[in-house]
Write a protein that binds this ligand. Structure first.
Ligand SMILES: Nc1nc2c(ncn2[C@@H]2O[C@H](COP(=O)(O)OP(=O)(O)O)[C@@H](O)[C@H]2O)c(=O)[nH]1
Ligand SMILES: [Mg+2]
Length: 222
């Protein structure tokens, strides 16, 4: 019984996600869904990423958190239009569902947007299950979270098109086997690109931003 209810929720979500996908295709907007556990560095990474993309790639952001507008305030400093969604209004949902994205996207003039970035609610479980009509999904894993997280949360790593391994500036202070972390990611998702970066020092940012730019360009090509 419970499984049927869950399936129905996901079916309804998938239908709205397809409507979103059509709308974004029609408006030529590339949508990136960014997911991770809380604190792995999504907002910091996105702030630095957007600064490198603008004004060439016109970027807008939807930020999801259970509560507060902290991240929207941080990302608005890049000059990109930002909408904060607080899921405590929806019972404290642990993810952004497709209908929430549809509503939030109404705040933007999509004709003036090339890239819509969605910073999802922080956790490695629910966001992986909800299609929002995006073109690509990215997971951010930081080196303070342990090498085994891809094995513990395999769905997240399976559904993502790229993985960012963040906070590599901290490696000298940790007993962290980076190669093992990358092996675990690739064991779950062979051939997935893994970008080793420090959002703080901006080490490794170029190849990540180049990958994203290429993806956006592919979609915007006439
Ligand atoms: N040392 C270090 N700290 C980072 C890095 N990226 C983010 N942080 C810090 O990690 C904390 C959480 O970052 P935030 O971007 O808010 O993570 P989010 O919850 O995933 O959006 C903040 O204190 C950041 O300053 C990094 O590359 N290196
Ligand atoms: Mg954040």
């Amino acid at each position: 019984m419970e499984i049927k209810v869950v399936r129905k929720v996901l079916d309804v979500n998938n239908t709205i996600a397809e409507q979103n996908r059509k709308l974004f295709a029609n408006k030529k907007v590339f949508v990136l869904n960014v997911m991770s556990s809380p604190g792995s560095g999504k907002t910091t990474t996105l702030g630095k990423t957007i600064s490198r993309l603008m004004p060439d790639v016109r970027t807008a952001v939807i930020v999801g958190d259970v509560s507060t507008t902290n991240d929207a305030d941080r990302l608005a400093k890049t000059g990109a239009p930002v909408v904060q969604v607080n899921t405590d209004a929806f019972g404290g949902d642990c993810h952004l569902a497709a209908h929430v994205i549809a509503k939030a996207a109404e705040s933007f003039t999509l004709e003036d947007v090339d890239l819509l970035i969605v910073e999802n609610v922080g956790n490695l479980v629910c966001p992986a299950e909800f299609d929002i009509g995006e073109d690509a999904k990215v997971v951010v894993l930081s080196v303070t979270e342990g090498e085994d997280k891809p094995l513990k949360y395999p769905l997240m790593f399976r559904v993502c098109d790229a993985a960012i391994l963040n906070k590599i500036d901290l490696l000298p202070y940790l007993e962290y086997d980076k190669d093992e972390a990358v092996r675990n990611i690739v064991q779950i998702h062979p051939d997935i690109p893994v970008f080793e970066i420090s959002a703080r020092t901006e080490d490794g940012m170029e190849s990540w931003v180049a990958w994203l730019k290429e993806k956006v360009k592919e979609k915007l090509k006439p």
